[in-house]
Design a protein around this ligand. Structure first.
Ligand SMILES: [Mg+2]
Length: 265
């Protein structure tokens, strides 16, 4: 990985304009992370709101022929559906690739997750272990997902967050599972998937010739890593990345995305 350049918005704008202008580069799969990419990061995930420019861009992209739209998030599919209000036809990949759904005319069409007995038992152990890591620690809480549990530390004091995180990572170690350690979260999943696996599978299924993927977190690096030289990988915000393109924050990214969607529309 290399450190992302401080300002690369000109390069991003040019790459998006070239993609919009080239009808040969279709079908185009536009796959976007949600928190920190389409919505500014907030302390409480329940307060997260998509930026108006993003909502406008998604609506335009959804009605553009040759463009396929997907949101790819660590959130559960149900949460992502409610939170994002994405247009009909949008594919929703949730829980870092462990869940899949689609926005239908009458609501969420959700693919089932099936846990085998070992995975179900492991999920109980993960939930209990992370709950123990949160107990007595102010600002630390546990979210239970269909195939994972997540320790959230964003609202905790730094030393409290560090201790809880260490306990969460030790739990994953003791259970022999690789934890996803993202921004202020430790997620332990009992079904192994990544945003990269899910993106690669979706791309094949849809027969996409080109993929535009944007994300802000370490978990998005798995998705960036699946992209080829003619795809567009966009890192949103600071941090080391394998993505070729970069922009400062969700606001600058969504402004680019809105312009791109208008150029296509
Ligand atoms: Mg994110």
């Amino acid at each position: 990985m290399t450190a992302a350049p401080a300002t690369a918005d000109g390069e991003l704008g040019a790459a998006l304009a070239a993609l919009a202008d080239d009808p040969e580069r279709r079908p185009l799969l536009v796959a976007l992370d949600f928190d920190g990419t389409l919505a500014p990061l907030v302390d409480d995930p329940d307060d997260s709101r998509m930026l108006p420019a993003a909502a406008d861009a998604l609506a335009r992209l959804a009605r553009t022929p040759g463009v396929l739209l997907a949101l790819v998030s660590g959130r559960s599919v149900v949460d992502l559906h409610r939170r994002a209000g994405a247009p009909v036809g949008t594919v929703l990949i949730g829980s870092h690739g462990n869940e899949r759904g689609r926005v239908g005319t009458y609501g969420l069409e959700r693919d089932a997750i099936r846990l085998d007995p070992d995975q179900a038992e492991l999920l109980v152990a993960v939930g209990a272990g992370l709950t123990a890591a949160a107990r007595g620690r102010d600002g630390v809480w546990v979210q239970h997902k269909p195939a994972a549990a997540v320790l959230h530390t964003r609202m905790a004091a730094p030393d409290v967050a560090r201790a809880a995180t260490a306990q969460g990572l030790a739990l994953a170690d003791s259970l022999g599972i690789a934890a996803l350690h993202g921004k202020d979260v430790v997620e332990i999943a009992v079904v192994l998937a990544s945003k990269g696996d899910a993106l690669a599978a979706l791309r094949t299924e849809l027969g996409a010739a080109v993929v535009l993927y944007a994300g802000d977190d370490t978990t998005d690096e798995h998705a960036f890593a699946t992209l080829g030289p003619t795809d567009l990988a966009v890192k949103v915000g600071p941090g080391a990345t394998v993505a070729r393109l970069h922009t400062a924050d969700p606001r600058t990214f969504c402004a680019h995305l809105a312009e791109f969607a208008r150029a296509l529309d």
